[in-house]
Design a binder for this molecule. Structure first.
Ligand code: AMP
Length: 357
């Protein structure tokens, strides 16, 4: 795919959650269509997409038909089985590309890649066995965090090791999955950069946001983040470096720990990111449109921030606050999920706290 997509063209999106939903809305505003591929019934993105395929990632016929019906393919989550990607790639370009997916799907590959770029990460060591964990703890020390190498999100698949006698329980919590021990980073706060790279290689990064988690799930993102001008530049340069190295096309989320010694990269997400939702009301072009523009081969939009914003996630029972929130001067973004479940992301709000400072 070399020519920019034109009106009526279709972007295939793997995954039909809220990110796919907001990507579909952005695509429709640009005169483009989306086709959602999602194994689960009634995906949130289905309400606003042109087409939905309900099929598993092991369904070769459904994947082939999906690929044939779209002009380019993107995704809203990174844990897509390799076999499905191989099949799609026989006929369609996937943006962002396979290198970005392979790098972010495995925490060991990701850390090795980041260090290879000269960026700072937590000290780490691969752990498959109890003997590996003993050796890793001897090398890295404690406190430390054991994480599964793949399929982790929102703090799942993680166990903290505060002292060596907690090692056995942490390893058991990985249930045999290949893992990674990370030294505990003593950070003052967490920030993320949402960056974009176009098919032409242009890069545009949004201002870093400051993230606060609750129970392992993102609670708020605040812009501006508490960063010095030099730290802000560093954060954006780190994201740009990663985008170029991966020959990336699309939006990426780069999570960073702020420490007195500098910025440490926690992880990268090769997609639009929860900590970038503030851009919907803080910028003229938000992360969703930016991603669609990149995937469609269009020029990137201006990522300048016009307002200070606090984004707050509405999780599970927070939905009960919606009637009151609707009476306030707050931008509501609800995902249309019928079933309220504890810990489930149901929507988010963006509150403008003033002009950009
Ligand atoms: P992750 O799934 O890797 O993003 O981790 C979820 C959260 O756990 C992060 O946002 C941090 O708050 C915390 N965390 C993860 N890794 C580390 C680390 N090496 N040191 C300190 N805190 C961490």
């Amino acid at each position: 795919m070399t020519e920019p997509l034109t009106t009526g063209a279709t972007i295939g999106i793997l995954g039909g959650g809220q990110l796919g939903r907001m990507l579909s809305v952005a695509a429709s505003r640009l005169g483009l269509r989306t086709h959602i591929y999602e194994p689960g019934a009634n995906p949130p993105a289905g309400d606003v997409a042109h087409r939905v395929t309900t099929a598993g990632y092991d369904d070769a016929a459904a994947l082939a038909a999906f690929a044939a019906s779209v002009d380019v393919v993107t995704y809203e989550f990174e844990n897509i089985p390799t076999t499905a990607l191989d099949l799609i790639e026989q006929s369609r370009v996937i943006r962002p590309g396979r290198q970005a997916l392979a790098t972010s799907q495995d925490r060991l590959t990701e850390k090795t890649f980041l260090q290879g770029l000269g960026l700072h990460t937590a000290p780490y060591a691969a752990v498959d066995t109890a003997a590996d964990l003993d050796a890793a703890l001897a090398q890295i020390g404690h406190p430390a965090i054991l994480k599964t190498r793949t399929m982790g999100y929102d703090g799942k698949g993680q166990a903290r090791i505060m002292s060596p006698d907690e090692a056995a329980a942490a390893l058991a919590a990985m249930t045999g999955a290949p893992s990674l021990l990370e030294g505990f980073v003593d950070f003052s706060h967490e920030v993320s950069v949402i960056g974009a790279r176009g098919a032409d290689g242009a890069v545009a990064c949004f201002d870093p946001g400051e993230n606060v988690h609750r129970d392992g799930i993102l609670h708020t993102t605040t812009v501006p983040a508490r960063l010095s001008p030099a730290q802000r530049t560093d954060a954006v340069l780190i994201a740009a470096r990663i985008l170029n190295a991966l020959d990336y096309v699309g939006v990426i989320g780069v999570e960073l720990f702020v420490t007195p010694g500098g910025l440490i990269v926690n992880e990268i997400a090769p997609r639009v990111h929860n900590s970038g939702h503030w851009t919907q009301n803080g910028c003229l072009i938000d992360q969703f449109e930016q991603h669609i523009r990149a995937v469609a081969g269009w020029p990137l939009g201006d990522a300048t921030r016009h307002s200070n914003v606090v984004m707050e996630n509405l999780i599970g029972g927070d939905m009960g606050r919606v009637p009151d929130l609707a009476r306030t001067n707050t931008a509501l973004h609800l995902y249309g999920k019928a079933e309220v479940k504890a810990g489930r992301k149901m929507g988010h709000i963006n509150r403008i706290t003033g002009p950009a400072t």
